[in-house]
Design a protein around this ligand. Structure first.
Ligand code: ADP
Ligand code: ADP
Length: 220
C-alpha cells in the first residue's frame, strides 16, 4: 500500500506511521526526520533547512521534494508510508504527478483529526531521544527509566512560541490541501483522539476501506 499521513503537528502521525510500518513492513518516510538527519549531518539541504525548521515554519518545497523523491525512489515506489509530506499544495501536486508518471498512485491520505487544545498538550509534553529520535509523551508514553535522562530532550520547535507558530502555519498552508485530496477521492478522515491502540484500530479500518476502494476502481 502507498499511504500518506496528514494532520496538524502533534496529531500522532509519526507515532501511528511507525506502528503501521512495523506491522506491515512498509518503509516509513518522514520528511521531518529526514530534515533533522540532514541537519545533524550538516549536508547542504540540512544547512539550508535549519533556520526554517527551528522557527517552526515550513522548509521550502524544492528542498523537501528532493528528500521525498530520494526516499520514495530508493524504495522502488512500491509500498511506503509518508509522514508529514505533502504539506503544501505544490508538494501535493508534485507528488501526485510523480507517482502517476510511475503508475504507482497513492491508495489514500489518512487525515488524523485532533483539536488544537489536545495538539498543544501533545506537543508541549513530547520528548524525543536525542540519538534515535524515538518519541515519548510525558503522561501517555513516558521515557523508560533505564534511559539516560540527559538523552531525553525537547525539540526546539516544541517550545511554546514555535508550537503556536507551527499551528498557525498548519492552518494557513497545510490544512487547505485537505480539500484537494478530498476532491480527488483520496482523503479518509480518522478520529485521532483516543488511546494509541484506539487510533491504530481506526487506521486499520480506514486502510481496509482504501484498499477496497482502490481495487474496485481498477475493476471499473
Ligand atoms: P511534526 O511531527 O510535529 O508534524 P515534523 O517532524 O513532521 O513535525 O516536521 C518538523 C518540521 O520539519 C516542520 O515544522 C517543517 O519545518 C519541516 N518539514 C517537515 N516536513 C515538511 C514538508 N513536507 N514541507 C515543509 N517543511 C517540512
Ligand atoms: P506528529 O508526528 O503528528 O507530530 P507524534 O506522533 O510525534 O505527532 O505525537 C505527538 C505527541 O503526542 C508525542 O509525544 C506522542 O507520544 C503523543 N501521542 C501520539 N498519539 C497519541 C495518543 N493517541 N494519545 C496521547 N498521546 C499521543
Amino acid at each position: 500500500m502507498r499511504i500518506a499521513f496528514f494532520g496538524p503537528p502533534g496529531a500522532g502521525k509519526g507515532t501511528q506511521a511507525l506502528m503501521l510500518a512495523d506491522k506491515t513492513k512498509h518503509k516509513h518516510i518522514s520528511t521531518g526526520a529526514m530534515i533533522r538527519d540532514a541537519m545533524k549531518a550538516k549536508t547542504p539541504i540540512g544547512e539550508a533547512a535549519r533556520t526554517y525548521m527551528d522557527e517552526g515554519v515550513l522548509v521550502p518545497d524544492h528542498l523537501v521534494q528532493q528528500l521525498a523523491q530520494l526516499a520514495i525512489e530508493e524504495n522502488q515506489l512500491d509500498c511506503f508510508i509518508l509522514d508529514g509530506f505533502p504539506r503544501t499544495l505544490p508538494q501535493a501536486r508534485w507528488l501526485n504527478a510523480f507517482l502517476a508518471e510511475h503508475g504507482t498512485p497513492l491508495h489514500a491520505i489518512l487525515s488524523l483529526v485532533v483539536p488544537d487544545e489536545i495538539i498543544i498538550d501533545r506537543l508541549s509534553k513530547r520528548r524525543v531521544h536525542a540519538e534515535t529520535g524515538v518519541n515519548y509523551h510525558l503522561d501517555f508514553k513516558p521515557p523508560p527509566k533505564d534511559i539516560d535522562p540527559s538523552l531525553i530532550i525537547q525539540r526546539p520547535d516544541d517550545k511554546p512560541e514555535a508550537i503556536r507558530k507551527r499551528l498557525a502555519v498548519y492552518h494557513q498552508q497545510t490544512e487547505p490541501i485537505e480539500s484537494y485530496f478530498r476532491d480527488i477521492g483520496l482523503l479518509i478522515e480518522v478520529d485521532g483522539v483516543g488511546t494509541f491502540d484506539e487510533v491504530q484500530h481506526r487506521i486499520d479500518v480506514a486502510i481496509e476501506k482504501a484498499r477496497e476502494r482502490y481495487y474496485a476502481a481498477l475493476e471499473r
